[in-house]
Ligand binder design. Structure first.
Ligand code: SF4
Length: 480
């Protein structure tokens, strides 16, 4: 017998909205709001501040996938909150934890260059916005074996940590034609076959064929990645089993032949921090936030200042910061910000990240976001302002991408003297821009030991006279 359920008005939420499961500090449910390409208007930011105040105790986090994370959402109020987001045109991550087995994975917020269209006219963020709209709630793609992460940039730098994505797209111009070079199969969590950085497919996908290409790759994940268990269900597992050439062949069977592209990719430049001039003569200004932690009042201040000094649009960055665009007078904006936020002139404050969430319950004291504050404090103490990247994950799920930073910490809980304690493993020498994975330097450090060891390492770095890369090479060579 067929049973038809009439979901009435709430059918618009199906496959587009879900609450995630928290388990820390009293929060039971979180909401991860997808902000397509991190681009948000001041008006929408005011409304999210209101939602945070009314339903989430006024707390908010910017995630490293350009989402806004709210916590303490009461399950009974979920439909009210979904309705508020629906009116703004936003959806949420579909969190599949509630389902046993490998199913109901979605395409996560598609990260893209926060300065798309502002410093170069090849605007990758437009593609991210359109692709997010295509995949969100699309019944053909909302039962993937597991989540699927896409990153797109065309600014010439690795501003989206390309290597950690299932599909990374690097925008280039080839003989006057715009297109993308795809990397596939990244993912740094412990699911099979372990942490992997995305591999270059060595093909050129013309911009006009991008949608077909992305649909083909996500379709391959849906139809061919193992559904045996959640641990086997990330796309990287299929890429490892098949190899890049077979993935390419199956894509070409679906959409036709692709042109080879074997030139080296240079992702060195980085223009996203501090302030700079846009193509139209106005300015951008990036506000660094330690671990992306904000509250409703601060969201209001950001929205107000954007309306006052910019064009009323804000860009959330994959480094958990906030970028003001279309700013006429940077000094006036800076003065406004100084009253409410710490402004730092250190690259490390801009480029370091810590855990997606403070409330998932997988880290005890000292939490990953607080460890990030401690480590940045060490750099400050030594007067180190250059681009030392620190990434901190509270657990092996590796949301903080600790393997692709100069210094990475990953938390775990172990038994010591009859009590469970929070400790961290320290990794060194990774670099997402070079698709280079960090190596384990020291394991199971108590939080204060980890900070002390980092202090000692930075002191040695300061007096070494070496570049950071040279120093890290020596450090990894002599690790304990
Ligand atoms: S890395 Fe672990 S502790 Fe941190 S947000 Fe992810 S699941 Fe939570």
């Amino acid at each position: 017998m067929d049973i038809t359920l009439d979901l009435g008005d709430i059918s618009k939420f199906v496959g587009r909205y879900s609450l995630g499961k928290d388990n820390g500090m009293g929060s039971l449910h979180f909401l991860r709001i997808k902000i397509p390409a991190g681009r948000i208007s001041a008006g929408n930011l005011f409304e999210i501040a209101n939602i945070s105040r009314e339903y989430g105790r006024g707390y908010a986090e910017i995630t490293d996938r350009q989402d806004i994370h709210l916590h303490w959402i009461d399950g009974d109020k979920a439909l009210e909150v979904f309705e508020r987001l629906y009116k703004l045109g936003y959806t949420t991550d579909m969190c599949g934890q509630g389902f046993p087995g490998a199913c109901y994975g979605d395409v996560r917020n598609i990260v893209s260059c926060p300065l798309g269209g502002k410093v170069n006219d090849f605007d990758a963020s437009e593609y991210a916005v359109k692709l997010t709209s295509f995949f969100s709630g699309n019944p053909e793609y909302n039962d993937l074996p597991k989540k699927f992460k896409i990153g797109i940039t065309a600014c010439g730098s690795d501003c989206v940590r390309l290597g950690v994505n299932d599909l990374a797209l690097i925008g280039i111009e080839k003989e006057g034609e715009r297109g993308f070079v795809p990397l596939i199969g990244g993912g740094v969590g412990l699911t099979r076959p372990g942490p992997m950085l995305a591999r270059n497919m060595a093909v050129f996908v013309p911009a006009s064929r991008l949608f077909d290409f992305v649909k083909a790759v996500v379709g391959i994940h849906r139809d061919h990645t193992s559904r045996e268990s959640k641990a086997m269900a990330r796309f990287k597992n299929l890429v490892a089993a098949w190899g890049v050439d077979k993935v390419r062949k199956v894509v070409e069977d679906k959409i036709g032949e692709l042109e080879d592209f074997t030139e080296p990719l240079n992702l060195g430049g980085d223009v996203h921090n501090g302030s700079g001039r846009q193509r139209d003569g106005r300015h951008y200004f990036t506000l660094p936030l330690v671990g992306g932690v904000l509250d409703a009042d601060k969201l209001d201040r950001i929205a107000e200042l954007s309306e006052m000094h910019g064009g009323g649009e804000i860009r959330l960055t994959p480094t958990q910061n906030v970028t003001f665009v279309d700013v006429e007078d940077v000094n006036a904006l800076r003065s406004g910000l100084e009253k409410h936020f710490g402004l730092y002139d250190s690259e490390a404050f801009y480029n370091s990240i810590g855990c997606t969430s403070r409330f998932c319950g997988r880290t005890n004291d000292t939490h990953a976001k607080d460890m990030l504050g401690e480590f940045l404090g060490v750099l400050d103490k030594h007067g180190i302002k250059e681009d030392v990247r620190i990434h901190i994950s509270g657990c092996i799920n590796a949301c903080g991408c600790h393997q692709v930073a100069h210094f990475g910490l990953v938390g775990k809980q172990i038994r010591r003297s009859n009590e469970i304690v929070q400790v961290y493993d320290l990794y060194t020498g990774g670099d997402s821009r070079k698709l280079k994975m960090a190596e384990l330097y020291r394991d199971s450090l108590m939080p204060e030991e980890a900070t002390g060891l980092f202090d000692e390492i930075m002191s040695r770095y300061r007096s070494s006279g070496k570049s950071l890369d040279e120093f890290l090479e020596v450090l990894n060579g002599v690790k304990a």
